[in-house]
Design a protein around this ligand. Sequence first.
Ligand SMILES: C[S@@+](CC[C@H](N)C(=O)[O-])C[C@H]1O[C@@H](n2cnc3c(N)ncnc32)[C@H](O)[C@@H]1O
Length: 215
Amino acid sequence: MRGVIERLARDGTAVARSDGTLHSIFPVAASVAEGEALREWVLREGATQTIEIGLGYAISALHVCEGLLGSAGPTARHVAIDPYQATRFSNCGLQFLDEAGVAGLVEHRAEESQIALPRLLGEDRSFHLAFVDGNHRFDGVFLDLVFLGRLVRAGGIVFVDDYQLPAVARAASFFVTNLGWTLEEVSPADDFHQWAVLRTSAVPDTRPFDHYVDF
Ligand SMILES: C[S@@+](CC[C@H](N)C(=O)[O-])C[C@H]1O[C@@H](n2cnc3c(N)ncnc32)[C@H](O)[C@@H]1O
């Protein structure tokens, strides 16, 4: 696991086993610093059930799995949603998970999150921690957070990438101002990535039907 992460971070490129194409991993993938922050949140929360939107090159997923291996038992599972893993990433993310020996820990859902998340709700699934790095448009992130608010346990963690994008920060703001989520951490921004860590509300949603706080 460590060896694979270090190789990808050092080389910054990789050849896809599926079709021989050469891929530049960064800055599409989460930075190693972000991955390490994510891994620490998995460990700190004692998470055993995790979910990610946007598997991509699996830098985030490798760090989540590293955290799961550190804290969780045999029931640990990471759900990774990515509809474009085969078409855009030549299955590199799945390849790296396989090379790291954690493919068995990860359930890949090859669907858009707006389809996969309600399906997971219908399957009565629940998670301790979520990582959001899929469709970065306002409506995409907003929808992801709406569904994650129901899929992640009360008082659980929603780790959001690309918080430097106004659409992402604005979407997150709704959940803080209207739903009682708290902002636990905001990283320094660089040109490509900034992350924010949100904690979902620990109490049930009892807003009156006309409740609204501008955000
Ligand atoms: C920035 S990349 C993710 C990088 C990844 N976290 C990593 O560390 O390598 C964004 C990912 O979101 C996926 N994506 C785009 N739209 C999506 C959607 N509607 N639902 C789920 N994933 C989506 C893309 O296929 C891509 O894998």
